[in-house]
Design a protein around this ligand. Structure first.
Ligand code: SAH
Ligand code: SF4
Length: 371
């Protein structure tokens, strides 16, 4: 994503900021809308193509601004159609973005940080440690690049119908850059997605969750993973700072603050063999979320080298889910997608890079394409 520091990267500027940028040079605010349509609707990153702008304006833009994008290092396609891209960001950091096609939707799972500082004990990204926050342009750039690689026809049908911030990083720990990115995803002149189609997943940074409730109303997923503080302190260490009572209160507040009906929180719960998967723990979980409109998403643990955890057997997952259903809680077990290319939840850690470094271009179930 290299470029000249002196130039303003227009990618990642929300509409209002872009209007200010144009106003600063005596241009009309509607220029912002025109440029956004070129960038986000038509996938254009070259000022010369923006023919409705007029030559002098284009010349000025080329001089003072740029649309700087992540560089695609590699693409992998899993047997189930899941695609994973390794993208090079500014300062040569690389991150992973995953596209998960389904019958009636296409979900793009994007990263918000290089690594993660939360250190959840069952997560490959957490084990990798924290490097830095991604900029708004780097977050939005993942969607731009994925759209381009998925061959979204200009003005035609979009492959990406949903965006989830469930890749690398804790989005609420990068609040300052994530919030404008959400704005661009929702803006009609940006990606124009409905609030229900953009999901932010958090491990529970309560103060920023409360802020989010005031400033943006995207769908919320909370990584619960344990029904009591003693266990959650071990699995999700941020729990020691913001324990369950605080987190549950913030979830209640989030639901109340939304102005549309049918709002719920999705509680994510990774199924770890013999750790958090007993019926007694299901009972505790049902009790914990009793007064919050919610769904529970059970995630079969995805393994990675060096982990001491194992995935719960399928019948244990089913028994856990059945119990929650009996208690009236809508419970879905997430299908593991892209496991053969390490693109499943919690497996993102730049491992492709290691393979490329070793010169391995093909592995079982993996087609790797240099882009
Ligand atoms: N940092 C955010 C979002 C990214 S992770 C968060 O923690 O919510 C997306 C989901 O995958 C989270 O619920 C996370 O806890 C879960 N996850 C992490 N490691 C996993 C693993 N090895 N197997 C299955 N799910 C995992
Ligand atoms: Fe970070 Fe989420 Fe992984 Fe925890 S589960 S270490 S918050 S990416």
């Amino acid at each position: 994503m290299r470029g000249t520091d002196a130039k303003m990267n227009l990618l990642g500027l929300e509409r209002r900021a872009l209007e200010v940028f144009f106003a600063g040079s005596g241009e009309k605010p509607f220029r912002a809308r025109q440029v956004m349509q070129w960038i986000y609707h038509r996938g254009v990153a070259d000022f010369d193509t923006m023919t409705d702008l007029g030559k002098p304006l284009r010349a000025w833009l080329k001089n003072s601004a740029e649309i700087r994008l992540p560089e695609v290092i590699s693409e992998q396609i899993a047997n189930d159609g899941t695609r994973k891209w390794l993208l090079r960001m500014d300062a040569a950091n690389s991150i992973e973005t995953v596209f998960i096609p389904d019958e009636e939707r296409g979900t793009l799972c994007i990263s918000s940080q290089v690594g993660c500082a939360m250190d959840c004990s069952f997560c490959a990204t957490g084990k990798q440690g924290f490097n830095r926050n991604l900029s708004t342009a780097e977050i939005v750039g993942q969607v731009w690049v994925a759209n381009r690689l998925l061959g979204a026809a200009p003005g035609g049908e979009r492959a990406i119908t949903n965006i989830v911030l469930m890749g690398m990083g804790e989005p609420l720990a990068n609040y300052r850059n994530v919030l404008p990115a959400l704005g661009i995803f929702l803006d009609d002149f940006g990606y124009g997605l409905s609030k229900r189609r953009v999901t932010l997943s958090t491990s529970g940074l309560v103060p920023n969750l409360l802020r989010l409730a005031e400033e943006c109303d995207v769908a919320l997923a909370v990584s619960l993973h344990a029904p009591n503080d003693a266990l959650r302190d071990i699995l999700v260490p941020i729990n020691k700072v913001h324990p369950l009572a605080e987190l549950m209160a913030a979830c209640r507040h989030y639901v109340r603050s939304q102005d549309h009906r049918h709002v719920h929180v999705t509680f994510e719960y990774v199924m770890l063999d013999g750790v958090n998967d007993t019926l007694e723990q299901a009972r505790e979980l049902a009790e914990l979320v009793r007064d919050i409109p919610c769904k529970v998403n059970l995630i079969p643990f995805n393994t990675f080298p060096g982990t001491r955890y194992r995935r719960s057997p399928q019948q244990v997952i089913d028994r856990f889910a059945d119990y929650l259903w009996q208690k009236g809680i809508v419970t879905v077990t997430r299908r593991t997608r892209g496991g053969d290319i390490d693109a499943a939840c919690g497996q993102l850690a730049g491992k492709v890079q290691d393979r490329i470094r070793r010169g391995e271009r093909k592995t079982r179930g993996l087609v790797e394409v240099r882009v």
